[in-house]
Design a protein around this ligand. Structure first.
Ligand SMILES: NC(=O)c1ccc[n+]([C@@H]2O[C@H](COP(=O)([O-])OP(=O)(O)OC[C@H]3O[C@@H](n4cnc5c(N)ncnc54)[C@H](OP(=O)(O)O)[C@@H]3O)[C@@H](O)[C@H]2O)c1
Length: 340
């Protein structure tokens, strides 16, 4: 699948939707990406857009998202709004004929995600979920190593991601109307690691602690696979957990140092159990690590590719289906849910 690539003599223009935490982080990293430039930013507030544009050297600042979508200098729209807005924002960007990189989770539910993917394909436009861990050089080396047999056949994946989120009750961490859910926000990373290595599980078990508004603050999942593997995953937005991961098999294990979605190092333990060989290694990262997904988007657009092999839509959809199942078994509901 191909589309018309941006002219080779100019940088790929990114249009930024929203001015929150990750939009700032992404645009800071975009400065490290050759052949890419943030050319426009849109906010619900023109003042916030202007402040953002001045800080990051973005040429155009708009007081609406629609104006970003109408800007001909924008080749690809980066969606950094709360999850609850992703579907509307992505469909609007596609309708405006733009390629899209959308923050994780792509959608609140698998049905929403499927509608977005279908629309991108129908229009012949690039779409990817900004699942930056899939472009992380350290994790790419881990996945290559597992496929090359470093641990033998994978039997166990244990992965955790946790943090203590800001306490503002109106923030996207706590407001169900904005998609608040530790599973959707941080649990998506351990789930992505498990599916990246093991594919689709047979069974999904889980439990979550819900706050008074029904938001899953902390959750645990157990996935079982036809291969005989088990993945034990946890996530929290209320605990300072270890945020590490381990992949174990008959021939050894890989220990992924915190934070597991962009680890500074990885340790491979192999050889004999009573005399193990231990090797720790790391890979260079550009910027804070978000640059790698932008590099991949630029590469795809230049090559006229509608999907990224590093950020595959099939992988996004599989994780979205598992998040639906996880929320189902944990009893986590969001306003307007259309769980599959
Ligand atoms: N890849 C990663 O590592 C990573 C890290 C953090 C977050 N994320 C994802 O990125 C998305 C945004 O997260 P964030 O941490 O940047 O959130 P945030 O700091 O709360 O910012 C969200 C921005 O969205 C805009 N927005 C639009 N509608 C809104 C509404 N109804 N309420 C509040 N804000 C609204 C606001 O920008 P304007 O007012 O300027 O329009 C706001 O600044 C989420 O989907 C999250 O899962 C990814």
């Amino acid at each position: 699948m191909t589309s018309t690539p941006p002219a080779p003599d100019r940088a790929v223009g990114f249009g930024i939707l929203a001015t929150g935490g990750i939009a700032n982080g992404f645009v800071r990293d975009l400065a490290h990406v050759p052949g890419a430039r943030a050319v426009a930013v849109g906010s619900r507030s023109l003042d916030r857009a202007r402040v953002f544009a001045a800080e990051h050297g973005v040429a155009a600042a708009y007081g609406s998202y629609e104006q970003v979508l109408a800007d001909p200098a924008v080749d690809v729209v980066y969606v950094a709004t709360p999850h609850s807005a992703h579907e509307d924002n992505v469909l609007a960007a596609l309708a405006a004929g733009k390629a899209v990189l959308c923050e994780k989770p792509l959608a609140l539910t698998a049905r929403q995600a499927a509608r977005m993917v279908d629309e991108a394909r129908r229009r012949g436009l690039f779409l990817a979920e900004a699942m930056w861990m899939r472009c992380n050089p350290m994790l790419l080396r881990v996945v290559d190593g597992v496929r090359a047999g470093w641990v033998g056949e994978v039997r166990q994946v244990r992965a955790d991601l946790g943090l203590v989120a800001r306490s503002d009750p109106d923030s996207r961490w706590h407001d169900p109307a904005l998609g608040a859910s530790s599973l959707l926000d941080v649990g998506i990373y351990p789930l992505t690691l498990a599916t990246w290595l093991l594919g689709e599980p047979e069974q999904v078990h889980g439990a979550a602690v819900l706050d008074e508004r029904g938001v899953d603050d902390t959750a645990g999942l157990v996935l079982s696979y036809a291969s005989g593997a088990v993945a034990t995953l946890s996530c929290s937005q209320q605990s300072w957990s270890d945020s590490a991961a381990t992949i174990a098999g008959s021939a050894g294990r890989i220990e992924i140092a915190p934070r597991m979605h962009h680890p500074p190092s990885v340790t491979r333990v192999s050889g004999a159990m009573d005399a193990p060989q231990v090797e720790t290694f790391s890979e260079p990262v550009i910027g804070k690590g978000l640059a790698h997904e932008a590099i991949e988007v630029v590469r795809c657009l230049r090559a006229g590719q509608l999907e990224s092999p590093l950020l595959p839509l099939a992988g996004t959809l599989l994780v979205a289906r598992l998040l639906d199942r996880a929320r189902e078994v944990c009893g986590v509901r969001l306003p307007g849910d259309d769980l599959a």
